[in-house]
Write a protein that binds this ligand. Structure first.
Ligand SMILES: C[S@@+](CC[C@H](N)C(=O)[O-])C[C@H]1O[C@@H](n2cnc3c(N)ncnc32)[C@H](O)[C@@H]1O
Length: 286
């Protein structure tokens, strides 16, 4: 069972989970805390807590829609499950959910949470502001329901409720989150910030170059626990982390078309990591 998260995510890092699990074991972090300041689909976090590697996972995301989804998944699970079971998978419904996502106004959190999940599962590559699978005329090879497996989604939601006492959630800017959080000694922070190059197209929240530089400084100078950072491969980013050990690898992802994205991963000093040249292909069972 590899996919614990109900969210498909552009650039989702679920396939790095076996690698991060190994990092957890090799550094004697089992039963410690795993933290994602840029949680998104949180695929690795759910795997670590559901497989019993992490005692707790702390998720943070600044995007109100992503936060609403996780909040309802944790605190209003049965309502979300009921909505997943009953929602019509039609273009009319898609238009309705898109309208909610685009201008949530003062709608209930559960309403925004469901719109987020619905669009994530019915849009191409899970891009929330993007187009519907199969197009508005529904003539494509794959149609609106191609990724909306009701039973599978409900199982994943149920599993989240089952583990909710081990999952903490916040809705802060990552920088504020890092500054405000006291990390226990046995913890690992995995930072997966918005991409340097493609961010604007994929996500609603993105960083300018100065933001990446500020985060790099904060992480390397102030974060007093183990950490891992991943990015798309860009010389500007390599320069920001030039003093740290790194791996350069290929993560294939699907954003409109299947491609292979070059990625960089950096490690805090003293953190052991498996000697592999591609964490995305690492598959050792630990
Ligand atoms: C690259 S994605 C993370 C993907 C995630 N690792 C996964 O596997 O699904 C970046 C996430 O960071 C969030 N984000 C963007 N800017 C942020 C900020 N300043 N503070 C916190 N979260 C932010 C976005 O909403 C998005 O969910």
């Amino acid at each position: 069972m590899r996919y614990y998260t109900p969210l498909r995510y552009p650039g989702g890092k679920g396939k790095l989970a076996p690698f991060i699990r190994q990092v957890f074991v090799d550094n004697d972090l089992c039963d410690g805390i795993y933290v994602e300041p840029y949680a998104g689909g949180a695929g690795i976090a759910l795997e670590l807590v559901m497989m019993g590697y992490a005692k707790e996972v702390w998720l943070n995301d600044v995007d109100p829609a992503i936060h609403a989804f996780w909040h309802s998944a944790l605190n209003d699970t049965q309502s979300l499950i009921e909505m997943v079971q009953n929602v019509p998978l039609t273009i009319d419904e898609w238009q309705k959910q898109r309208e909610i996502y685009m201008s949530p106004g003062r709608k209930k959190r559960l309403t925004l949470a469901f719109a987020t999940l619905f669009l994530n599962r019915t849009n191409r590559s899970g891009i929330l502001g993007g187009g519907v699978i199969g197009g508005l005329d529904q003539t494509g090879k794959w149609l609106i329901d191609a990724r909306f497996n009701r039973d599978g989604l409900c199982e994943r939601l149920q599993r989240i409720e089952d583990h909710k006492h081990h999952i903490q959630l916040t809705n802060l800017d990552a920088e504020d989150f890092i500054k405000a959080t006291k990390f226990p000694k046995r913890s690992l922070v995995y930072l997966d910030p918005p991409y340097f190059k493609k961010a604007q197209r994929l996500y609603r929240n993105h960083y300018a170059e100065a933001d990446h530089a500020r985060i790099a400084q904060l992480v390397q100078q102030k974060l007093k626990t183990h950490w891992v950072v991943s990015y798309d491969d860009a010389p500007e980013i390599a320069k920001l982390y030039k003093e740290r050990r790194k791996i350069r690898y290929a993560l294939s992802y699907s954003a409109q078309t299947k491609r292979s994205g070059g990625e960089l991963m950096f490690f805090s000093d003293g953190l052991d990591y498996p000697k592999t040249n591609n964490p995305a292909l690492f598959n050792r069972r630990v």
